[in-house]
Structures are given as C-alpha cells and as structure tokens.
Design a protein around this ligand. Structure first.
Ligand SMILES: C[S@@+](CC[C@H](N)C(=O)[O-])C[C@H]1O[C@@H](n2cnc3c(N)ncnc32)[C@H](O)[C@@H]1O
Length: 191
C-alpha cells in the first residue's frame, strides 16, 4: 500500500501516464534543481521505496536539512545529472531560453537508467493555454501574470508547440501533457 500525500496525489492522475502501478515500479528519482528538498521529502515520505536524490548548485543546497531517504548532490545540471528511473524538473526549465533548456534535457535523458515504460523525465511547468478548456480565461490570465513574474530570469513560459520543439531537439521520442497543479501542468517526456 502506498503512503499517500498531496505531492504523490498531484503526480498521480488516471489521465496521465503516472498511475499507482507506475509509481510502485519506480526505484529511484532525481529532483534536478530541487533546492532544499521539499518536493523530494514529500515524495520520499509518500513513496518510501524510491531512493530520492536532490541535485542543485552548491550554494543552493548549503544548509539543506538532513532528510530521511533523500541524498543531496552538489553539481551543475548542465554538466551531469545523477542516474535514476525518473528525472524531475519542477519549475526549472523556465529559467532558460530554448538552447540551454535543450542542453539540460539532453543531460536528463542521459541520466535515465530504465529504458522501459518507467524511465522518463517529468516536468512541472506552465504550458500556456493548456488549461483553456478546463477553466477558461482566468487560468490564462494567471499564466500570463506568472510569466510577468518570470521576466527577471532569462527564460519564460512556453506553449505546447515550443515545448514539443525542445523535446524533439533534445532527442526525446514523445511526451504527454496533463494539466493540473493549478495553472501548471505535468509533462511526461519519454526517451
Ligand atoms: C525556481 S527554483 C525551483 C526550485 C524547486 N524545484 C521548486 O520547485 O521549488 C530553480 C532551482 O534551480 C536551481 N538551479 C539553477 N541553475 C542550476 C544548475 N546549473 N544546476 C543545478 N541547479 C540549478 C536553483 O539553484 C534553484 O534551486
């Protein structure tokens, strides 16, 4: 039986490729750009059979608390991503323009150790307009406002066509977008 939590419940949706069965099959997950490990901690608590790793820059993980079943790796995701079944990128790819986002995705693809159905990159980000049919104009406005907030960084939010282009450029074969988590979506990207 899986211990459940809001994070695990957010990851799991019948409409996505992330089912309770696939969550049980995962043995390892690396949260790239995972900061002090809040997301990894929630996943490790809900899914204790998964070995969780957080990768972030040395200054970003300095002072991170010790978390049971979560190991921290100081590094640069442009250089190396620790191997795992699942590579999580939550609110990270929006930091960079397409060329750099493709470089990061290539490192993530190299890190996936499972070539079967369970090996994937999971991205949690805005997909502009993806929620239009669900909640209409209000969500669209929220996404645009979020994009204004992101203007201090190099990147920004992407629509589905822009996401598809960088996935293909990085060598991935397919992807699935599931709108959830408020105005953000879960994007599963398959090697
Ligand atoms: C917007 S924060 C997101 C943090 C967390 N994933 C979340 O959802 O709250 C972006 C994270 O990416 C990390 N980051 C930025 N550049 C990086 C790099 N080159 N290598 C590893 N981590 C990086 C930052 O230190 C920061 O923790």
């Amino acid at each position: 039986m899986l211990a459940w939590s809001p994070i695990a419940a957010s990851l799991w949706r019948p409409s996505s490729g992330i089912t309770a069965t696939s969550l049980r099959a995962w043995t390892s997950l690396v949260d790239t750009g995972g900061a002090h490990g809040a997301t990894a901690e929630a996943i490790a608590k809900a899914l204790p059979h998964i070995n969780c790793t957080v990768l972030d820059l040395p200054h970003a993980i300095a002072g991170a608390p010790a978390i049971s079943n979560v190991q921290f790796v100081a590094g640069d995701l442009f250089e190396y991503v620790p191997p795992a079944d699942v590579v999580l990128l939550k609110w990270v790819l929006c930091l960079w323009q397409d060329e750099d986002a493709v470089k990061v995705l290539r490192r993530c693809k190299e890190a996936i150790i499972s070539r079967g159905a369970k090996g994937k990159v999971i991205i949690v980000e805005v997909v502009i307009d993806s929620s239009m049919s669900r909640d209409g104009v209000l969500l669209r406005e929220t996404q645009v406002l979020f994009d204004v907030q992101m203007m201090h960084v190099d990147g920004g939010e992407r629509d589905e066509k822009q996401w598809r282009e960088i996935f293909l450029e990085a060598g991935f074969s397919d992807y699935k977008i599931t709108p959830m988590l408020g105005f953000r979506s879960i994007i599963e990207v398959y090697p």
